[in-house]
Ligand binder design. Structure first.
Ligand code: ADP
Length: 657
């Protein structure tokens, strides 16, 4: 391929414009990004070589070399990893693939100063190089291709780049940064070593730099005030030394790892720019041996709701990287967890299919799930609101002191609580532990902070169930007519407004022996909370209302499964409920909106025989219209829409007129 000039994808050009036109407070992250790419490239080679040992060619020791040339003003990051073919260079360096970078693009504000700040935190992968370089040359050859199938890619970071085929005997990639005038400091071994130490100590790959030694200046005029010498300087010795710790972070003892190092490692594996909320680092011994380093992020990623999203755990076998996103290692409801699992038992050539069936993997998954739950229990215990402690006593979570954990569970729950609920339907073995971790708003608290245990501790004398309501929003839940009698009696009701609540609650019938009861399902039975006099009055009212009830049933037979008198209403004339085993009208509506089939069950209309409007029904000439208005209004009150809104309006208007 002879030299050709190609244009960047529009988004890359936009990004580059920003990178090349902003001033950074945190320039040095470019080196972290490029070394991290080099390290990924070596991981990829190691993995591909599992099935094709020839890929190592004559260089089996994977490494990164960082070098600089003061005269040419270049800084080079060279790896002997997988390399790129010409087409790969065009595809990978001309377009944005990484979701982290896309996420970053979405966060751009247009304000150059703010956006520059963001890049400084995030890093934008390869393109970070343009923070310090006004031109980047990449020379690469993919492992397995011939020497004359190398590629040179050159760009000044404006709209386009050049590519051509070159001969390159060495496998892997060199990224050559032609430094800007103001980036002199990176032409110093001391500076480079300090940046590498800060960001790349945890990388398992050795990062090499050429040793330098002091050389006195030449002797030219003995006897003058300098001792006759020219100024001396550092000169390269031709010997290379490893400048990072080069031991994978998770293999080091906990006591040797600082919080900053844990946080820095998290940022490299997660592409998140914020520090994690908490983490756990353990070596598990027993039938299956593995090391786990699991992080809980502080913020949800933008694609959290994609259930097909891959899990964030990387699998290593005996320190060899095997795969990203190993979904078999974490249940889907913990897909927000990031980290590394390094197994001592799995075969190196394990495939995704094999992972699904492996007993070792199942044990790792169970162990890791339990570990994440313990971390959450620990946070919950130290969050002000917690009433009960986690049940597995010992947790050796590496964390700052307990004080630092305050408020963290609330923060976690706001980001990931809804995903955690999926676990009720997914992980039966841990259902009870999960139930303890759930938090809701309630009629006693607007903030999402009430756990089932808190609720139970506040239950009224004689109360036999945990009451809850599901609705589209907190306002709809709080103002639902179904709550009226509970408010009147001062009984707390949990307000559930997450989309997954109703589905998830299907899998949880009781908490610690106390049944969960939706206030919108079945007839209200307040049990011992209702006194005898009230019961008697209700029965009498129902008896007296029987003839009207029969007429109502007849009038609404197409809409309502049944019509009955209720004691749950105080101020409202009517409400809709579903049979005990039915799907709520709200869930059915949601399913329909999502284009899914919902069972065509009709709701039950419950009427308040004491309400003036209901009392008017008896003998009214407008009976038919009133009956339908009653039904449609009950539907409106819970956020639904009448089947025929125009007919509803007509009826109301006729009565108003
Ligand atoms: P990311 O590394 O997050 O995917 P980058 O913009 O940093 O995003 O890099 C884009 C792609 O370019 C990488 O995914 C990889 O395929 C390729 N690449 C970058 N650096 C190297 C390298 N040193 N060796 C091989 N491929 C590389």
């Amino acid at each position: 391929m002879s030299k050709q000039t190609l244009s960047f994808q529009a988004e890359v050009a936009q990004l580059l414009h920003l990178v090349t036109h902003s001033l950074y407070s945190n320039q040095e992250i470019f080196l972290r990004e490029l070394i991290s790419n080099a390290s990924d490239a070596c991981d990829k080679l190691r993995f591909e070589a599992l099935n094709n040992n020839a890929l190592y060619e004559d260089a089996p020791n994977l490494e990164v070399r960082v070098s600089f040339d003061k005269d040419a003003r270049t800084l080079t990051i060279q790896d002997n990893g997988i390399g790129m073919s010409a087409q790969e260079a065009i595809d990978h360096l001309g377009t944005i693939a990484k979701s982290g970078t896309k996420d970053f693009m979405g966060k751009l504000t247009g304000d150059q100063k703010q956006d520059a700040q963001l890049i400084g935190q995030f890093g934008v992968g390869f393109y970070s190089g343009f923070i310090v370089a006004d031109k980047i040359t990449v020379e690469s050859r993919r492992a397995g291709l011939k020497a004359d199938e190398g590629v040179r890619w050159v760009s000044g970071g404006a709209g386009d780049f050049e590519v051509e085929t070159i001969t390159r005997p060495a496998r892997g990639t060199s990224v050559i940064l032609h430094l800007r005038d103001d980036a002199d400091e990176y032409l110093s071994a001391w500076k480079l070593k300090s940046v590498i130490g800060k960001y790349s100590d945890h990388i398992s790959l050795p990062i090499l730099m050429e040793k330098e030694e002091w050389k006195d200046g030449e002797l030219i005029n003995p006897g003058d005030e300098n001792g006759g010498r020219q100024p001396g300087g550092m000169v390269k010795t031709g010997e290379w030394e490893t400048v990072n710790k080069a031991s994978a972070l998770w293999t080091r003892p906990k006591k040797d790892i600082t919080e900053e190092q844990y946080a820095e490692f998290y940022k490299t594996i997660s592409h998140d720019h914020e520090a994690p909320l908490t983490w756990a680092h353990n070596r598990v011994e027993g039938n299956t041996e593995y090391t786990q380093l699991l992080y809980i992020p502080a913020k949800a990623p933008f694609d959290l709701w994609n259930r097909d999203k891959k899990a964030g755990v990387k699998l290593y076998v005996k320190r060899v990287f095997i795969m990203d996103d190993a979904e078999a290692l974490m249940p889907s409801y913990l897909r927000f967890v990031k980290g590394v699992i390094d197994s001592a038992d799995l075969p190196l050539n394990v495939s995704r299919e094999l992972l699904q069936e492996s007993r070792d993997v199942r044990a790792i998954r169970e162990g890791s799930t339990k570990r994440v739950l313990s971390m959450l229990e620990d946070l919950a215990k130290h969050d002000k609101h917690e009433a009960t402690a986690g049940d597995d006593g010992v947790t050796d979570v590496v964390d700052a002191d307990d004080k630092a954990k305050e408020g963290k569970y609330t923060a976690f729950y706001a980001e990931f609580g809804a995903v955690l609920k999926e676990g009720l339907g997914e992980d039966f073995g841990n259902r009870e532990r999960l139930a303890k971790l759930l938090r809701f708003a309630s009629t006693a608290s607007d903030s999402v902070s009430v756990g089932f245990a808190d609720y139970k501790a506040r239950m009224k004398e004689g109360q036999e169930a945990i009451y809850y309501i599901t609705a589209d929003s907190l306002a709809a839940a709080k103002n639902s007519p179904q709550l009226e009698v509970f408010k009147k009696k001062g009984i707390e009701v949990l307000l559930m407004t997450d989309r997954v609540d109703e589905w998830a609650l299907n899998y949880l019938h009781d908490f610690d022996g106390t049944p969960l009861q939706s206030v919108a399902k079945g007839a209200v039975d307040l049990g011992k909370l209702q006194d005898e006099a009230e019961k008697k009055a209700a029965e009498e009212a129902a008896e007296a209302f029987k003839p009207v009830l029969a007429k109502l049933k007849e009038a609404l037979k197409d809409k309502a499964e049944d019509v009955r008198v209720t004691t749950r209403l105080v101020d409202s004339p009517a409400c809709l409920v579903v049979q005990d085993d039915g799907m709520s009208t709200q869930l059915a509506r949601m399913l329909k909106q999502a284009g899914q089939k919902a069972p065509e069950t009709k709701p039950v209309l419950e009427v308040n025989a004491e309400h003036p409007l209901v009392k008017k029904l008896d003998g009214s000439v407008h009976f038919h219209d009133l009956a339908h208005i009653l039904f449609d209004q009950a539907l409106l009150a819970e956020g639904g829409l009448p089947d025929d809104p125009a007919a509803y309006v007509k009826r109301v208007n006729a009565l108003l007129a």
